[in-house]
Design a protein around this ligand. Structure first.
Ligand SMILES: Cc1ncc(COP(=O)(O)O)c(C=O)c1O
Length: 402
């Protein structure tokens, strides 16, 4: 089947691009597609009440929630009843860590990686400490930025209760072999909590193929609104008992959703998934089928731009690229000799090219990699990035690097 990715048609759907900047800040949060903004606004303008079945307003809230669960289930290849919404991936992961830790005892072990964003480290470290469990750290390769599977294997024992691992590093772009890691974790009966926040913006997700017991992501990284999602098998969610209010339902997944859901944002999530499903204009079939085809087209588009970007960066004297992971997202981390990351970020802004600098909360990764708390400059490619954007970045960087 031919792959059809029309980036100029995609760009037309992003009102933010009319401001004129070239956006390489997608890993921090993508720009939002117009149908997403329209869905949010339409929900705010419509009659909406608490979820229910009696009035039209109640039914609308109910439909919005069910549609968003189905949309996320289609995106992740899972069941809608296993989809939990929350304020952010960070807050959901803290809540999940507390629910899971209720069954941990002294001597149990939790495995975290040095590659992960702190949102998939600190909640586990804090929960382990409260339960008297031990935290075992997996280091990644300081040259390549790869996370070899055998380094995870070395930390697994028959006391391992959970392995927390990223599907893609938001700092270095590394995509560890999550399915191999999950298979090893499952061999010792440990659960696998996958941070898919950076990954889900670039790769079609198949939770079963990844072996993820939990998959956490954030729609604002994939063209949608600011909220978080954790998906898990409904039976697994049934086995967990998070803190909740007495009158709140004990049903799954609602038992994990504290307070009233943001209906307008959920309408935006559905619109974002529908938009992603249309990235390959020639795709057909169910929404899941179209998502699979669209992510194949997106990966190809982004891989081409990454190649152009990496080749250009390698060609500029004084620019040092960090890491060369064997599997990566279209995200590049670099420095310019003689300038701090923040200085480079500011200089880029003078050319209307948005390329931020920092550790991006992957603080352990940044320190382990020798970049300290300051991190480096990060350029991320997004579905709306085109050749011209990459040229603009490289032209500006040639001037910045002198
Ligand atoms: C890889 C990764 N994990 C987790 C997070 C945290 O996501 P949220 O802002 O939804 O808490 C981020 C945000 O930048 C991220 O990039």
């Amino acid at each position: 089947m031919p792959v059809t990715y029309d980036v100029e048609a995609v760009r037309k759907a992003f009102p933010a691009l009319l401001e004129g900047a070239a956006h390489f800040d997608g890993p921090g949060g993508s720009q939002v597609a117009a149908p997403v903004a329209d869905a949010v606004a339409a929900t705010l303008r419509a009659a909406v009440a608490n979820r229910g079945t009696v009035t039209r307003a109640e039914q609308r809230a109910e439909d919005i929630v069910m549609s968003a669960r189905q949309a996320m289930a289609d995106l992740l290849g899972t069941a809608p009843v296993g989809v939990v919404f929350g304020r952010s991936m960070t807050s959901l992961t803290f809540e999940m860590s507390r629910a899971l830790a209720k069954s941990w005892v002294g001597g149990d072990e939790i495995v975290v990686t040095q590659l992960d964003h702190d949102a998939n480290i600190r909640p586990w470290v804090i929960a382990a400490e409260a339960a008297g469990a031990t935290v075992r750290w997996v280091p990644f390769d300081k040259e390549t930025a790869d996370l070899p599977v055998d380094r995870v294997a070395a930390e697994l024992t028959d006391r391992t209760r959970l392995v927390a691992v990223t599907a893609a590093s938001n700092l270095l772009g590394t995509m560890p072999d999550v399915s191999a890691i999950a298979a090893l974790a499952h061999d010792v009966n440990a659960l696998v909590y996958v941070d898919g926040v950076h990954y889900a913006a670039h790769v079609g997700v198949d939770m079963a193929a990844l072996g993820a017991d939990f998959f956490a992501c954030s729609p604002y990284k994939f063209l949608g609104p600011h909220l978080g999602v954790v998906a898990a098998a409904p039976t697994l969610l049934e086995s967990l008992h998070p803190d909740k209010l007495l009158p709140a339902t004990d049903a799954v997944p609602e038992r994990f959703e504290l307070g009233t859901l943001p209906y307008e944002l959920l309408a935006g999530v559905t619109a974002a998934v529908d938009f992603l499903a249309g990235l390959d204009a020639a795709s057909s079939g169910s929404r899941r089928d179209r998502l699979v085809a669209s992510f194949i087209a997106l990966e190809k588009h982004e891989a081409g731009l990454l190649e152009q970007l990496l080749a250009g960066l390698a060609d500029i004297p004084r620019v040092r690229l960090h890491g060369c992971p064997s599997r990566r997202t279209p995200t590049a981390l670099f420095d310019v000799d003689g300038l701090t990351g923040i200085e480079v970020h500011k200089r880029f802004a003078e050319y209307d090219v948005n390329v931020p600098a920092g550790s991006f909360y992957a603080i352990e990764a940044s320190r382990w990699f020798g970049l300290g708390d300051a991190g480096a400059v990060r350029a991320g490619i997004a579905p709306y990035t085109n050749d011209d954007d990459v040229d603009r970045l490289l032209t500006a960087l040639r001037k910045i690097a002198g």
